[in-house]
Design a protein around this ligand. Structure first.
Ligand SMILES: [Zn+2]
Length: 121
């Protein structure tokens, strides 16, 4: 299956499909990985993003949102409760939108590095 596929494992993972064959689902729920591919039976147990996606998002969104909060404070001085509500909601939505794609990206990179057939080196 992989020989005929023009896309690599990272793109397959970003499409939430198995990085090995690109057909089975990578996730069994929103963030939980399936134990294995439903199409090619590739075992996903060796692919684990761990806390990597959440750690990256804390760093990325922290670097983006803290300056924006300071800028809003300087320009408009809204009440503290409004700042907390606004940036809390922004952080929650941004994190919910990007956690799964980032996890899939890291899984795709891991598969590429640990590719059992070494086709992507
Ligand atoms: Zn598969």
């Amino acid at each position: 299956m992989r020989e005929g596929s023009p896309i690599g494992p990272v793109r397959r993972a970003l499409k939430n499909t198995c990085p090995n064959c690109g057909e089975g689902s990578l996730f069994s729920s929103w963030l939980r990985m399936a134990p294995s591919c439903s199409s090619c039976n590739f075992d996903f147990s060796e692919l684990d993003a761990g806390d990597g996606p959440a750690s990256f998002l804390v760093l990325i969104y922290g670097a983006l949102i803290v300056p924006l909060a300071f800028l809003l404070e300087v320009l408009a001085s809204p009440p503290l409760w409004l700042q907390a509500l606004l940036w809390g909601v922004v952080m929650l939505i941004a994190t919910m939108k990007s956690l799964r794609p980032l996890k899939a990206l890291i899984i795709g990179w891991q598969f590429r590095i640990h590719d059992p057939d070494k086709k992507y080196f």
